[in-house]
Structures are given as C-alpha cells and as structure tokens.
Design a binder for this molecule. Structure first.
Ligand code: UDP
Ligand code: MG
Length: 312
C-alpha cells in the first residue's frame, strides 16, 4: 500500500507568492503519485494564519480547481509555529511534510524525504540547509551563534534545520502529545526519538512578497526556544549570585578593615557603584525568574492554541 502524503504549508499574507508556489506544490504531489511513491489521495494543506490580504480567497480558489489542494483558515494570526501545528493536526495520511509557502525550501527535496521514510524507515526526516549563502551576513551569523547557544544550554537541536521536515504518522501523533503552549517545534521534534534522517538542500531567495519574520518576531522565536526548552539560564543566575555574594562578602570585610584603620574616606563613588551594580544584577535575576514564572502561568491556563475558522 502506498503511503498518503500531506504537505502542510503555513501562509500569512502570501497573496504574492501563492500563485507561484501552488502549482509547484501540486506538481510535487502529482509527480510523486505518478512515480508510485505516494497514494493518489495525497494532498497539499494550506493553513491561512489569519491573513489580512487575499490569501484565503486564493486558497479557496485553488482548492476548487485542484483535487490535491485543501485549506484551513485560523480564526486569527497565531504565528508560524502554531500555524504549522494546526496544519499537522488537520492533516491526514501516513507522511506529513511541512514547508514554507515562499519556495525558499526546495519542494523537490520532499521526494528524497519520502524515500528516506519509505526505504530507510525514518520516522523523522529533517531538511537541513547545506549552506547559508543566500542569507544576509547578519542573519547567518546570528543564526549560527543561536544554534550554538542552544546546544550550550542543553537543547538538542539539529544544526541549520528550521521547519522543513517530514514526519511519519506515529512521529506526528507523538509530537501532538506534547501539549505545550510555548511552542518551539524544532526543539521538541528531536525529543520524540524514533529513527531519523537528514536531507540536505540549498535554500533560495523568497520568490515573491516580503518576509513575514521581521527581526522582532525572530528574536521572540529565539527567546521562546531558549526559555521553553532550557532551565539553564536560571542555574546560571544562581551561580552568578553565589560569585557575587562572595565578592560582596570580601568587599564588606575590606570596608570594615578600612574603617577600623581610620582610612574610611568619602566613599560616595564606591557606594553608588555597589548599589547600582547589585541593583542591576538583582533586577536581571528577577526578570529572568519572572520570565519562567510567566511561562508556567501560560502553560497552567491550558489555553487553546488556535481555532479553525473554515475549511475548504
Ligand atoms: N508565517 C505564518 N504566520 C506568521 C508568519 C509567517 O504562517 O505569523 C509563514 C509564512 O507565510 C511562511 C513561513 O511562515 O510560509 C515562513 O515565513 P517567512 O518566509 O516570512 O520567514 P523567513 O523565511 O523570512 O524567515
Ligand atoms: Mg521565507
């Protein structure tokens, strides 16, 4: 029996790129069906992440025109990670691939992913960028430093892999059992286990439209990645607290000795410096702890992550 494949494509204000990318995704499905690698009921599942432009109208049109296209619309914009999760939850079939709408990830690679799964028995296939030559110098550097930071913080993450991947039904069902509100998929997927494989590809330029990931969103995703997967920052704060307490202790003894020896002078500068320094460290520590408490608060609420507005 051939496996049924669903390609999940998150879309946020992608009216410029969809007319270009839809035929490509549909072509991939048809090609795979023709090669007898996937079953005829394989589909492309577009997730409209609360777009404000013509995205949903386009998706509906494509769905009416092509049997291969399905669409689901979220009630409002919930962000890329949630859109991907919503699409995977809605997706049917034995193999579920996720890919960006802008053709930056090469859809032709999905064939290799399918083969890795059907021939090598991989439950998870990661799309990994062979190089970052199409990125700006800034993005390339920050991204690589970030992956290193995550490694250092004890987060198991696949280097240069974003959200272009293929999951088997059982890997997806396992993933869906993680009921986290703070979602950082590329950190959670490696936790699942099972046999996994890697397919390399080179990432190209966005085909049309602008990036929906401005710096602010990127920073917030990066922060989510750290705080939803690692408690090491809290430990570092504790360690810092110990070191600083020892320093403070030494300073106190020194100040006492100086006062006893009658050498206590104006001292205004040193007092101010000490106060501001410790004030800063304490605020930092408190803020960090608050960050995690906030996370707990959000998780405890168990708020639904998204609502489906309509399906086509
Ligand atoms: N996206 C989304 N919701 C958002 C932001 C982005 O579904 O709130 C989708 C977007 O339509 C695209 C993918 O996530 O398919 C990646 O976004 P983009 O290409 O803009 O990011 P970049 O490649 O610039 O990092
Ligand atoms: Mg992109």
């Amino acid at each position: 029996m051939l496996p049924q494949l669903t390609i999940v494509v998150p879309c946020y204000n992608e009216q410029d790129v969809l007319p270009i990318s839809t035929p490509v995704f549909v072509g991939v499905i048809r090609d795979l069906v023709e090669k007898k690698l996937v079953s005829e009921n394989s589909r492309v599942m577009f997730v409209d992440d609360g777009s404000r432009d013509e995205t949903w109208r386009l998706i509906s049109e494509f769905a009416n025109k092509h049997d291969e296209v399905k669409g689901v619309r979220l009630s409002r914009n919930r962000g890329h990670q949630v859109a991907v999760l919503a699409g995977m939850t809605e997706a049917q079939g034995d193999l579920i691939a996720t890919i960006d709408a802008d053709l930056q990830d090469d859809p032709a690679v999905i064939e290799q992913m399918v083969l890795k799964s059907t021939q090598d028995g991989c439950d998870i296939v990661y799309g990994v960028r062979a190089d970052r030559s199409t990125d700006t110098v800034f993005k390339r550097n920050t991204a690589e430093q970030y992956y290193k930071l995550l490694k250092f913080l004890g987060v198991d993450i696949v280097f240069n892999h974003a959200d272009f991947r293929l999951l088997s039904r059982r890997a997806l069902d396992s993933l869906l059992e993680y009921r986290e509100t703070n979602l950082f998929l590329r950190g959670i997927v490696p936790m699942i286990g099972y046999r996994s494989g890697v397919v390399e590809y080179s990432r190209s330029e966005r085909q049309a439209g602008e990036s929906k990931y401005p710096l602010a969103k990127m920073v917030s995703l990066a922060w989510e990645g750290v705080t939803s997967l690692s408690i090491r920052p809290l430990r570092l704060i504790t360690a810092l607290g110990v070191v600083i307490s020892m320093l403070a202790f030494a300073t106190t003894i020194f100040a006492f000795a100086a006062a006893l020896a009658g050498a206590s002078v104006e001292g205004w500068a040193s007092v101010i410096i000490a106060i501001s320094f410790f004030g800063g460290v304490q605020l930092l520590a408190l803020g960090l702890i608050g960050e995690y408490v906030g996370k707990i608060y959000l998780e405890v609420k168990r708020r639904p992550k998204y609502f489906v507005d309509s399906r086509v």
